[in-house]
Ligand binder design. Structure first.
Ligand SMILES: Nc1nc2c(ncn2[C@@H]2O[C@H](COP(=O)(O)OP(=O)(O)OP(=O)(O)O)[C@@H](O)[C@H]2O)c(=O)[nH]1
Ligand SMILES: [Mg+2]
Length: 466
């Protein structure tokens, strides 16, 4: 399989988004890249790392576009092959005209992630770097993009290699003593345990940033919940700063779940507005469906904003609903503050809080979507609440994804088995089996040993042209 993968043909694709823009970049990679460009360029392209100003010309000597051409020679390119980048004028049809010519002269359309796949097979990038490329492209927040760059620079891969080389050194010592018992004495069990413990603590350090990594990558799911007409959609619109959801004084306005993303202090928050909950007997079929969707949405929420109208008397439905969600992470949002006279706020709040088991100050807030009072404070509260395991001041040293984390957990499991063996002083030959198991799992992280299904899975997430 690997051999076939290495017999690459020449591929091409647009590397910039397909649409209207001042510049579009077409990338060609493979052994025919220079041949192809020289068949369609007004200037002869031969030297690498030079910038050529040229025209693209078709077989009938028609001028197609004025371009800048950047040639790279293997192995000094992104893919490790000969690469030509054509900077042309943006615009779907112009790019298509040039790409058609490139295809006519022998390139084929690149598949998803194929350029990066070639970079991986040509050892220009290891698998952690490949995954960081995807993270950088797809990051929802600038903080995640910035953090992902550390892995593109090889931060995770270098640490994995360090850990692996400690295990390989240990393994070689043990194997040498087994193979040449007369010449090499048996490795001291204490020494083996010491190396293995050290490896576990290094893996633990990487894994200690796992939940922060996951939060940075996926963001947090926040759901607005409450009875009808309490002001959920009004608050949703204020948090987004756009009129996204319909707001009326008719109870049961919202039916479908509406999802949008906002960024608070560098954290990606996926916020959803839901149908207000009320007695299902009083509502029509459409609202019934909306209500059942709300229940599902609450199950998946990382944080619930329980909206309660401060200006209206508390409802039985509200008390019942609160009992259902009180053990999940939540904030009680008392809405419509502008409708209450300042002098009445404290006593009203006191009365309402009784129904909410007199929750602590940090679990509730009073807001007005109309005057925007405390909307920014609510955003801060959402951040501190959702960031219970995420401290933006904590320097996240290692960014990992779930695949990498699973490999680390598996590697750690094998080493712990080896440590148990060491403590029982079992034959050192048997201990090597678990050490080898851990090494294989570490190699899976960097892609030195990996199965084809996992690889395909990773590259299928890429876009065409990357
Ligand atoms: N004065 C005042 N009125 C508000 C405020 N927030 C919402 N309202 C009004 O309350 C009514 C209901 O608001 P919505 O935001 O649609 O309430 P909802 O909870 O989404 O309602 P459903 O979708 O029916 O469940 C509308 O008439 C809003 O203008 C507020 O902060 N102050
Ligand atoms: Mg609504």
């Amino acid at each position: 399989m690997l051999v076939n993968e290495l017999e690459f043909d020449t591929i091409a694709a647009i590397a910039t988004p397909f649409g209207i823009g001042s510049i579009g970049v077409i990338r060609i990679s493979g052994s025919k890249a220079f041949d192809i460009i020289n068949k369609i360029s007004s200037v002869n392209i031969k030297e690498a790392n030079k910038i050529y100003h040229s025209w693209i010309i078709d077989q009938n000597k028609n001028y197609i576009d004025e371009v800048i051409i950047l040639p790279f020679k293997a192995p000094k390119s992104y893919t490790g092959e000969d690469v030509i980048e054509i900077n042309c004028h943006g615009g779907v049809n112009n790019i298509k005209n040039i790409l058609d010519l490139v295809f006519q002269f022998g390139a084929r359309y690149a598949k998803r992630g194929e350029f990066t796949k070639r970079a991986f097979f040509n050892k220009k990038l290891d698998l952690t770097q490949v995954e960081s490329v995807l993270d950088i492209i797809e990051s929802n927040t600038s903080s995640f993009a910035r953090k992902s760059v550390s892995n593109l620079r090889g931060k995770l891969a270098i640490e994995v290699k360090n850990i692996k080389s400690e295990l390989i050194d240990l393994l070689s010592k043990i194997v040498a003593s087994i193979d040449f018992p007369e010449d090499v004495c048996e490795v001291d069990y204490n020494e083996i345990e010491c190396v293995l413990e050290n490896v576990v603590s290094k893996i633990d350090k990487i894994l200690s940033f796992a939940s922060e990594s996951n939060i940075l990558r996926q963001g947090i799911k926040v759901t607005l919940l409450g009875t009808v007409n309490v002001g959920k959609s009004s608050l949703f619109n204020k948090l987004l700063n756009i009129q996204r959801a319909i707001v009326t004084n008719i109870p049961g306005t919202t039916r479908d779940i509406i999802n949008e993303n906002i960024v608070i202090n560098g954290l990606n928050i996926n916020i959803s507005d839901t149908a207000g909950l009320r007695d299902i007997k009083c509502v029509n079929e459409v609202e019934k469906i909306g209500i059942s969707l709300t229940h599902e949405e609450v199950q998946n929420a990382d944080l619930i904003l329980f909206v309660c109208d401060l200006a209206s008397p508390i409802l039985d439905d509200e008390i019942e609903l609160y009992q259902k969600i009180k053990d999940k992470p939540h904030i009680i949002v008392f809405s419509k503050l502008d409708l209450i006279l300042d002098k009445d706020i404290d006593s009203l709040l006191k009365k309402k809080l009784v129904y909410f088991e007199n929750e602590d100050k940090e679990n509730y807030i009073l807001i007005s979507s109309k005057t925007e009072k405390n909307i920014d404070k609510l955003k801060d509260l959402i951040f501190t609440k959702t960031a219970y395991s995420f401290n933006s001041n904590k320097e996240i040293e290692y960014i990992t994804n779930v695949r990498q984390q699973n490999c680390f957990y598996e590697a750690k499991k094998s080493i712990q088995l080896a440590i148990e063996g060491v403590r029982k002083k079992i034959l050192q030959d048997l201990i090597t089996i678990d050490i080898k198991g851990a090494i294989l799992k570490l190699e899976e992280i960097t892609g030195e040993s990996i199965n084809e299904d996992i690889l395909s899975n990773i590259f299928e997430n890429f876009c065409i042209g990357k």
